[in-house]
Write a protein that binds this ligand. Sequence first.
Ligand code: SF4
Length: 256
Amino acid sequence: MPQVSQGQFENVRLTQVVSGILELGFSSVIEAAKGADMVAIDESDELLEKGFLTSSCCPAFVRYIQVHKPSIADHVSHNLSPQAAIARFIKQKDPELHLVFVGPCIAKKMECQLPEVNKYVDVALTFEELLAMFAAQEVDLAAQPDGLLSGASYFGRIFARCGGLSEAVAQAIKEKGRDDFMLRPVAVDGMEAVKDVVAKVVSKKADFNFIEGMACLGGCIGGPAMINHEMRDKMMVEKLARTGHSTINGSLNDID
Ligand code: SF4
């Protein structure tokens, strides 16, 4: 069972990619954005409890904090990343399933080796590798019927671009009715910007209470194993996201 991210295959609909993956022999396809919904809920809880937090979705960002900024390492969210969160949810329902994550990220291959993740995610593939599998099996994506997407929220789907996680956490706090909590987020993409913002926060020159750190420019839509690296990718993420649920909580219980 693979999880997929969004918008990477030319001249075909994402729903056709879902069918193509099934054609490869997988039993079902779940959007990684479902895991992002789960992360937004858990991350907002942790932020409300601790008062200051950094994201944990990007393994390269997490590694940077752990190695270079240990003074705030305890404030890296203890939540799993979206790929691991949805994998845990699925494996708890059916421990026999093998879970494959498909995305734009090479760092996710390293994340899959972590003990807290490898019990849920069996393999992390890149979009390039999925494309190679389609080619090897001669799966014609354009000829596929439309498969079903799993129905993540708008907020889960915008995790793919920098700033999406911060918006999702803000939405989760709002849905919890915690108007008393003043969220002061900063979303940074690219390691140079990450280093700059983290240094300011550590030295108390900036007063953010939530840092969303993404190692790639633009967030995961700028990931090293993306097939396309174009501005329209961000617009495609936005377009697909707008077909999702408008609340985060409403999207967690419809995985068969
Ligand atoms: S920002 Fe880049 S390195 Fe970080 S999770 Fe996304 S694709 Fe991977």
